[in-house]
Design a protein around this ligand. Structure first.
Ligand SMILES: Nc1ncnc2c1ncn2[C@@H]1O[C@H](COP(=O)(O)OP(=O)(O)OP(=O)(O)O)[C@@H](O)[C@H]1O
Ligand SMILES: [Mg+2]
Length: 366
């Protein structure tokens, strides 16, 4: 198992800063997910690590070896590409054997390794077929089998499940995760799907515009997002963002805007005591931390009333958009809750679960 260290990595394409000063340390055997919107630099970062791109600046280490300028074939890595390429003119067996052939392994070694990889992926019975005779999920397994057959030190996967239907994605997600745990290979896995990231990653690096915004466990990223970008990117439906001021009334602090007054609990007071009450802040409330009054209220809440602008059933949840003076407030309620559009509703905000950000820097205060 190898440690991967990325130091001050930059990759510019003319004026496009695809990767802009990335620092990451990935512990041996870890499964790290790179998560971010389209164009944020995920593929470019993987290509820099694999040696397919020449970096503009910075270094990549495998353990203590600086491999920044090593050719891809000498890095002992394997990459599964965004549009997984299995060669159509080769059988499954030849596809999986290909990396071994290139390295001129003996025929018996090739046979042994192909059988090993194929059985790990459960495709032993497909070895003599051609890719056109396979389903999408089976083709995907071939691509993964080919990527592990050399027992790489580092496995790089670029949205390997993006071409599969929803059901198959969920199954392959679990299979890839289990396989990685079995092989204990240090893995970087790219996706723009937050559920995939949260379920698979030991840690997740959230990227935007070539910069790592936050690197941590899915719990840390969900509960303690460092800025409004991460807070808004993780969680569905999206966190409510409301511009507020801090007001002191009878020695109690409130976050206020038109039609909303949120008492600051003692647990947060210390964080805001140094802040000026003249400045603007952004209050963040996740839709799942607002309860419809008839439904299991928590202890310390702020009550808020409004008309239901729109309600939609999303799997087992009802997502309610409640009209407020400051805009619409998203609420995630149970799916069996009956709500009528246009009717008035009382909702309760869990005061212990709120977030506060600085308006100018977008950084989290808590
Ligand atoms: N060869 C290239 N020449 C010029 N610009 C490039 C090149 N490759 C990538 N870019 C630019 O670099 C940025 C990052 O691209 P990249 O492919 O790494 O994004 P990504 O996060 O993988 O996106 P997606 O989720 O859509 O695959 C984009 O603005 C892209 O247009
Ligand atoms: Mg990409």
């Amino acid at each position: 198992m190898v440690k991967v260290r990325i130091e001050g990595l930059k990759k510019y394409f003319d004026k496009v800063k695809a990767v802009n000063d990335i620092n990451l340390e990935i512990i041996p055997g870890e499964f790290v997910v790179l998560l971010g919107p389209s164009g944020c630099g995920k593929t470019t970062l993987l290509r820099c690590i694999s040696g397919l791109e020449i970096v503009t600046a910075g270094k990549v280490f495998f353990d203590d070896d600086n491999i920044t300028y090593l050719s891809p074939k000498d890095r002992n890595i394997s990459m599964v590409f965004q549009n997984y390429a299995v060669w159509p003119h080769m059988t499954v067996r030849s596809n999986i054997a290909f990396p071994l052939r290139i390295k001129k392994h003996s025929q018996s070694k090739i046979q042994e390794k192909v059988a090993w990889a194929a059985s790990l992926l459960g495709i032993d019975n497909l070895l003599d077929r051609y890719p056109t005779q396979l389903s999408g999920g089976q083709r995907q397994r071939v691509a993964v089998a080919r990527s592990i057959v050399m027992e790489p030190k580092v496995l790089l996967m670029d949205e390997p499940l993006s071409n599969l239907d929803a059901l198959l994605r969920v199954r392959m997600r679990a299979e890839i995760k289990k396989l990685q745990e079995k092989l204990k290979v240090t893995t970087l896995y790219v996706t723009h799907d937050q559920v995939e990231a949260m379920t698979m990653g030991d840690r997740i690096a959230v990227l935007e515009q070539g910069v790592v915004q936050q690197f941590g466990s899915s719990n840390e990223i969900y509960h303690n997002p460092v800025n409004t970008f991460v807070a808004g990117f993780i969680g569905s439906p999206q966190m409510n963002f409301i511009e507020v001021e801090i007001v002191n009334k009878n020695d109690k602090l409130y976050l206020t805007t038109k039609g909303l007054e949120i008492l600051l609990l003692d647990i947060f007071k210390e964080r805001v005591s140094r802040l000026s009450d003249k400045r603007k802040y952004i209050l963040g409330i996740r839709p799942e931390h607002i309860y419809v009054a008839s439904n299991k209220p928590v202890e310390k809440v702020a009550s808020i009333r409004g008309k239901v602008y729109f309600a939609e059933l999303l799997r087992s949840d009802t997502v309610i958009h409640l009209e407020q003076k400051f805009g619409l407030l998203g609420i995630k309620a149970p799916g069996d809750l009956k709500v009528e559009e246009g009717k008035e509703l009382e909702a309760l905000i869990d005061l212990s679960k709120i977030h506060l950000f600085e308006k100018d820097s977008h950084k989290a205060i808590f």
